[in-house]
Each structure stands twice: as C-alpha cells, then as structure tokens.
Design a protein. Sequence first.
Length: 628
Amino acid sequence: MSIRTHLAGADLAPLLMVYVQLSGDTAILAEFRPYITGPWCYNESVPQALKERLYDRLADLLEAIDAGRAQAAPPPDRRTLAEMTRTCVGQAVPDEYLPLIAHEMQLAGTPPLEVDWRERPSDERVADFRVLIIGAGESGLCLGIKLLALGIPFVILEKNETVGGTWLENRYPGCGVDTPNHFYQFSFEPNHDWSRYFSPRDEIWQYLEACADRHALRPHIRFRTEVTEARWDEAAAAWRVSARTADGSSEQFVGNALVCAVGQLNRPKMPDIEGLERFGGPVMHTARWDERVSLAGKRLAMIGTGASGMQVGPAVVDRVEQLTIFQRSPHWAVHNPLYHSQVGEGKKWALKHLPHYANWYRFQLFWAAGDGLYPSLKVDPDWPTPDISLNAENHAMRERLIEHISRELDHDPALLAKAVPNYPPYGKRMLRDNHWFRMLTRPNVELVTDPIERIEPAGVVTRDGRLREADMLVLATGFQADRLTWPMHIEGRGGQTLRDRWGEDDPRAYLGITVPDFPNFFMMYGPNTNLAHGGSAIFHSECQTRYTLLALRELIERGRRAMDCRREVHDDFNRRVDALHSRMVWAHPGVGSWYKNKRGRVFATTPWRLLDYWDMTRTLQPDDYLFT
Ligand code: NAP
C-alpha cells in the first residue's frame, strides 16, 4: 500500500501537525482552522480537496526526507507550538498548558520530565536501600519499571498469581476500558496496535503482562504474596511487612520505603441485603466472575447499574432468557461514536511509522478527554435549577444526554422516567452508553426501580412485595473504596494505624500520596486522586510515580533516613481539597456515590484539573517534609 493510501486512513488533525512539524510550514494551519472546531469533530467537515492537498504534500515531504532530499524542520518554538495545539483541537489551549503538553506529549522533542533523575544513583548509595511495593496493578508496574531503570532495589508483593490488578480480577462479560485507550496506556510504552479505541479487558490485561515482560519485571515480583501488616520501625527507620504466602505461611519483608499501590477499587462490596446468602442459584460479584457458570437460558437478576453493571447487561442480554435489572438510582451515560469501533489500518500505520503522529494523537485525546469539561462541573451559585444541573453548560449537556436517552428508549415515557437521573450530569461517574438504553427496550429485559426488600432462594423481592424469580444473581455493586488499604493493618509512628487516622471512611493524604506519621510511606491512586471529570488513571499514576521517585531521591541522594509529611501541609492541602469540592458536582447533595463518605465528604475524587495535579507532583518541596 502506498504512503498516500495509508495517510488517507489516518486522522486529519494529527496528520496536519506532523506536516507542520516536519516542514515548518505554519501557513497551512490557517487553511484548516475553520473546519477543526473541536477535538473530536473535524474529519467530516474538511473539504476533500483540502484533505487531498495535505496528503499530497505530506507524502512528498516524507519521500523527500526518506531519500535525503529534504530535512525535517527544527522543533517548533513556543509560539508555533501554541498555534499548532490550538489548531489541532479546534479550541483555545491556554498557555499554562504548554509546559505539560511539551513534556508529556513530547511534542517539541522535549525529553520527559524524569530525565533529571534518569542517571542512576551510585551503587553504594542504593546498596542498602530497598523499596517495597504492594500491588502489581498498573500503578505498581509503573513505579517498578522506573525503579528498575534507576537501579534502585525493590520488590513488588502481589496477592494474585500474575500482574494486572483490576484488569486481572475483573473478567465479567463486556468488561473494558471507557477511557480512550491510546491515552489509557503508559506514555513510555505506547501500544500502536490497540484493536479498538476503547479496548476490551483481555487486551488491556495482556498489555500490562507484556509491559512486565518487556521490562523483565517478574523477577522483582513476589506473586501469591498478600500483605497483611506493615509497621514502621522507628529505630531502624524501616517498614516491616508481613505477608501471607501461597502455602498460607507468613513471610517478613523489610524496606526503607513502602508504596501502597492497591488502588481504590480493590475489594468488592457485597450489598447488605437480607437473605442474600439464601439465594438458590449462583451469586457472582462482577469483580469475582466465574466463567465456568453458563448463562445460557438463565433468568438473570442483576443488582447495580454503575460502570460494571452497564457493561455486563448488553454483553449478556442475548445469552439469557430474562434479564431483570435492579436499579437503586440511574446513571448518566454519554454516547461516543467510537466506543465500539475498530482502529483502522491507516491509523495504526500512522501511529507506528509517522514521526510525531502518536504524540499529537495523544495530545488530542488528552485534550478531548481531559480538563475541557472541568469548568462545566463547577456550581454557579446563581443557577436557578441547582437540583438538576449546575450551570448553563452543565444544563445544556443534560439536555443533550436526555435527547440521546429518549431516542434510544424510543421515547417510552415509563422507561424514561426510570432511566433519566434527577441529579446533574457527572454527579456520579459519567458512563459510556454501550447500547445500555437500547437494551432496556428489549422484551426480555425489565428495569426494576422499586427498592429491594429481601432476597429469597427463588429470586428478589421488592418493597411492593413482588417476587422476581431468578436462577442466577449478579452483584454489580462496586467496591469498598472508602476502606482504602483495607484489610491491611498499616501502622505508622507511635503505633497509630491508617484506620485510626481515617476512621471507617475518611481517607486523607497530602497530594493523595503521603500521610503524617507514616514516614517513607507513599500511595498510588490514594485519597482524592480518582479522576471523574476526564483524564486517564495512568496519567495520574505517572504523576504519582514521578513524585515518589523525587521523594526517594531525597532519601537516597541526601542520605536521609526518613521523611514525614508535615501535618500543617497535609491539613492545609485537605482544606483546599474540601473547599474546591464544595463548589464541584461530586459534592452535590442530591447525589450518592462511591466518591463520598457517610458524612458527604468527597474522599475519592480529585477536585483538581489534570494540569494542577501534574504541576503539584512534578517537583517535591523538601519543606513539606520533616527529615531525619
Ligand atoms: P459503582 O459505580 O459503585 O456501582 C455500584 C452499583 O450498585 C450502583 O448502581 C449502586 O447504586 C448499586 N448498589 C450498591 N449497593 C446496592 C444495594 N445494596 N442495593 C441496590 N443497589 C446497590 O461500582 P462499579 O460499577 O463496579 O464501578 C466502580 C468504579 O470502577 C467505576 O466508577 C469506575 O471508576 C471503575 N470501573 C470502570 C470501568 C470502565 O473503565 N469501563 C468499568 C467498571 C468499573 P447507587 O448508584 O444508587 O449507589
């Protein structure tokens, strides 16, 4: 296939950026600008003749460079980069984003940030140093890969038999990612072969497996080793960790630093419903799916309609005789035309072979799935309908979502009344409509909104006394996010545990990473770091990895024994978190979600923009810590 043919299958805006970056010809940007009016929506509106001109010019240039008849232009300067970024996504990109864009997307040939500690610390400095990491999910792997590159000894303690964390454990039908996959990947391990824009679970798990293999990480991981306790030993300035091994015995580990990378969505939450244990058929939580149980011809009852439930329903509806869905409260779900699409060959070719294309595409996704929505999730104090929306933009989004839901439900008033949430969009996690609403119209599907009273051997009884018979029960009831680090016993200075500090459901940390009196202890995906307005959890993991490496540098290179977050720094940070949240959608009084604790405090979700968090974690202020 000719280059020209490949180009026609790639995305236009990144192609345009490739051409401008290679040629230095910025004049062409003005020709395309009127047609690129948003990060997703441009391809259709660009006139064919203009597209052809770009393909021709780029193909000629690539051939000329290849043949040595032309040279690539030098990297764009700041002003050009600003103009290119604006044109690429068809929106104003404030200058404050340029450093992040230049580094993270490596758009201007800028090396990644951790370059300033890419040099390995001297062998004698690290000889007696060891990091213990709990969990070989994506964030534990991320940190492990970086530690390995730096030559810092570490061991990852993993309860499962292999890597992958949530992507290993969640195997329910329909499981997949709903963040664009080319952004939901390590920036340093791009996969140009994702089959879909939003890939299924197997492919993501295999990607993580491949990352572990490519970086020869497995010898540094102790599988089937579940951490039960970790205690800070003040005299030795070390963490003493106990773990349960495969044969049930206990093994001890000692490390100078301890990193908890178990995340927020680790332990399934079983609903507290009377009679659950008496149900007569198989009962499966989505995160503990048993593939051996056949669904064929079953009457399936499913409790829960969050991200997991919404993926299970459409994936099983054709296999079961009856699907009865018990919904406590409805979720908003947005339509994305690419959700089920395969990535075309032209796109894969461009990602693999065209210089700069993958970086520009990543930037486009970063922008489209990033901070763009953030302002619309802030409360306008003068907004007249605060129960159902927050401001004009949020309200317009609500109207668009309702229009979509209504169309999908064939405007059925009874279903609409059940399926349209009465709280503002984004109050709970925004889901992707994977034909969920259309599925609700099927004759073998019933959406039940009467509250569940109890479970009997034959099925589920609702408050109106009605029994819906079922052969199998699926619990799509989420995770114990509020009991972060549970059931581990993590004990810091003075014998205090994280549980003492946080109570039942109020985890707090500085930057979501460090906790006073827990020296040399770091968290990945800790309190207030869940992303709910956009972004990618892996982007956040990389921020936390970078910050943890900076902290380890303080310890190793300056020969410190311990670093402990100052209480006033931690408290001030959490005050700012709460103040910001009080004006954001996730604290909305009409919404119940796993982001909030019983008192309504938002403990899970970040109130910051991606830019803010990136900025707060790219340097470490030594004054934030007490060193010994
Ligand atoms: P979830 O969002 O917490 O949803 C749990 C569901 O169960 C909710 O509908 C909840 O109702 C319902 N529920 C809980 N206890 C109940 C009870 N006692 N009686 C009746 N209903 C009950 O959990 P999830 O769907 O597993 O998702 C958790 C998070 O995992 C997501 O927000 C997301 O961050 C992540 N995830 C991501 C993906 C993806 O990328 N595609 C997929 C799955 C999960 P209420 O809403 O009324 O509380």
